[in-house]
Design a protein around this ligand. Structure first.
Ligand code: HEM
Length: 232
């Protein structure tokens, strides 16, 4: 497992550890911008063509992240941060006061939050493919299903987005909690890839995956989504 408890003494010397690779960081911040763009372009006053383009981009990114979760750098892999509910429980309630729980990668609770976020984003993206706006636009797969199913998909697409907002709210609240209460800045590593931890501690280091592989995967997932949008 990629996390471990470390008791931090006040005068510990800090060292820089690489925590997140560039593809994972670019994925995160592009996803944030694209989700905002999807929200901005949705609804009656929005622009459905741009909404669909941004939605396709979100889908391509998500598919990339799923593959990167298997083939990517160690901290991006699902196997490094998906733990059993018992581990999450122990992490949340077992930590004694004054213990600093540091992690190379997602902590056990954060790992499950990542799964929830990715799952909800996937649900919203996939239901969008079958949705219709009751006027003249519909997702590329809507004509393969009955009108009833397409309407159902549309309502899941909309409610799923509100659920996603709730999860994003929780996600940001957790990050603020770490910053304000645990005095641990998680945002900086997601920006720079680097985390500062006490020198000499035994941690599993990040093993970065090749950048060309990330580009290849993104190329394939973007191509697949483009084919879907163009020819389905
Ligand atoms: C639409 C809004 C957002 C979505 C959908 C989202 C989604 C995600 C996802 C999927 C991850 C996992 C990254 C990965 O392993 O690939 C993640 C991690 C993270 N996000 Fe966000 N995020 C959003 C907004 C934000 C914002 C506004 C911030 C900063 C204030 C932020 C800060 C972080 C940080 C610091 C992590 C790493 C947490 C850790 O250290 O385990 N996110 N986010």
């Amino acid at each position: 497992m990629s996390t471990q408890r470390i008791r931090m003494a006040k005068n510990d010397k800090l060292e820089s550890y690489r925590v997140w690779d560039l593809p994972t960081r670019l994925f995160h911040w592009s996803l944030l911008l694209l989700v905002i763009a999807c929200w901005w372009t949705a609804g009656e006053d929005g622009d459905i063509d741009w909404h669909m383009r941004c939605g396709y981009a979100v889908l391509a990114l998500l598919l990339f992240r799923l593959v990167w979760g298997v083939l990517g750098s160690t901290t991006a892999r699902f196997s490094s941060f998906v733990t059993s509910p018992r581990v999450v429980f122990e992490y949340l309630f077992g930590a004694r006061e004054n213990d600093a729980l540091q992690a190379i990668g997602h902590n056990p609770a954060g790992g499950w939050m990542v799964l929830l976020l990715l799952g909800m984003l996937l649900l919203v993206s996939v239901t969008g493919l079958f949705a219709n706006d009751d006027i003249m636009s519909e997702g590329p797969l809507a004509h393969y299903v009955s009108e009833r199913y397409s309407d159902l998909s549309t309502s899941w697409h909309e409610s799923g987005f509100y659920l996603l907002l709730v999860l994003v709210g929780l996600h940001i609240a957790a990050i603020a909690f770490y910053l304000l209460v645990k005095k641990e800045n998680l945002v900086q590593p997601m920006l720079t890839g680097i985390k500062h931890l006490p020198r000499g501690i035994e941690l599993r280091q990040l093993h970065p995956q090749k950048a060309w592989l990330a580009l290849l995967i993104l190329g394939c997932t973007s191509g697949a989504v483009w084919l879907l949008a163009r020819f389905a």
